[in-house]
Design a protein around this ligand. Structure first.
Ligand code: SF4
Length: 135
């Protein structure tokens, strides 16, 4: 049996608690809090204890969905990203950059959040940026 504990950071909020992923034979089985971690020192909230619950959930989205004729249809990332880029460009051109807003997430890394606000300000031209931690 192959057994590993992989140190990582909880994905659920900006606190950044440290936790271990217990992996048995390549399958994520459990979460353990990281004792001595600077943020949580062996503690986790209920979300952290269950941070692995979505990984094998049958309802997990694994491909982008595009609504076509009222139905959500699986698509490729290329198709979904082309659609988003096209819609953002159209709205920006027709209604101005401040008709768009960008909302980021505590589930993203600092670097991803930085990139989103940079994209909003430098590429789109709006300061309409917010984050779910303020909601
Ligand atoms: S364990 Fe709870 S408090 Fe800690 S990062 Fe995860 S969601 Fe936030």
């Amino acid at each position: 049996m192959d057994y590993q504990n992989v140190l990582t950071t909880c994905i659920y909020c900006g606190c950044g608690c440290g936790l271990y992923l217990e992996v048995l034979d390549g399958r994520l089985t459990k979460i353990w809090p990281a004792k001595g971690h600077a943020v949580n020192d062996g503690q986790l909230c209920i979300k952290g204890w269950n941070a692995h619950g979505f990984v094998y959930h049958p309802g997990r989205l694994k491909t982008p969905l595009i609504r076509k004729n009222g139905e959500l249809v699986e698509s490729t990332w290329d198709e979904a990203l082309d659609l988003v880029a096209d819609r953002l460009s159209t709205i920006q051109r027709e209604s101005g950059p401040d008709s768009l807003a960008f909302l980021s997430s505590a589930k993203c890394t600092n670097e991803e959040n930085y990139l989103l606000q940079k994209f909003a300000r430098a590429v789109i031209g709006t300061n309409n940026v917010d984050h779910c931690a303020r909601l």
